[in-house]
Design a protein around this ligand. Sequence first.
Ligand code: URA
Length: 252
Amino acid sequence: MRQPTASGERLQKVLARAGFGSRRACELLIDGGRVAVNSERVTLGSRVEASDRITVDGVPVITDTNLVYYLLHKPVGVVTTVSDPQGRRTVMDFVGDRPRVFPVGRLDYDTSGLLLLTNDGELANVLTHPRHGVFKTYVAEVEGDPSPAAIRALRNGIDLDDGITAPARCRVLGRRDSHSIIEIEIHEGRNRQVRRMCEAIGHPVVQLSRSRIAELRDAMLPVGAIRALEAQEVRALYAAGLREPKSSESNR
Ligand code: URA
């Protein structure tokens, strides 16, 4: 247990400013033993310095106001890089004069959907490291009508040229003419993975969009629009990343 210090700012005030509710609500969090400073549980009356690392339920509290988080609905025909030698539109063209950020992970030139941009290297690492197992959800329009066995194969793992894919969650959402709409959730970030998986079961992707990053979704965000994340959305991303995947979650 960390001993209270005389200097610094009151912890409940810092937590309230970071979006954890009223100071009273923050006192209850501290009193409930859910708050740690530099990995040590703290009691009411604690004060913190700007350099202290605060966590609530093990999830980092973002106190650095220089850290920014944006969600972009990336259109098709845009590259997920900071600059493009071929002069194509990049995701940075949507950032405008906001603080300098970088994309977390990658969506293909011909894939649309949700893309996170931030200058928080720790969150980027948490979300992209395969060990953390953060699921990203895609909606793919594929040619034909995948059989139950083909969907099972997507779930169980596909033998691609760079190895067998990890268990995925997959379900058929519907049919459109001679195409099917499938939802697929993966936690690896291999190059063109969803396209290659669908190709491997004989149902090439016609259109691909990312609809969710862990629990983060925004069906109302228009294509090409960008918005700042709410504090609780950032926390939820951290929480999802820091939670190891459970075996019961590895399939459905
Ligand atoms: N899988 C793909 O095939 N493409 C993407 O952009 C993302 C995942």
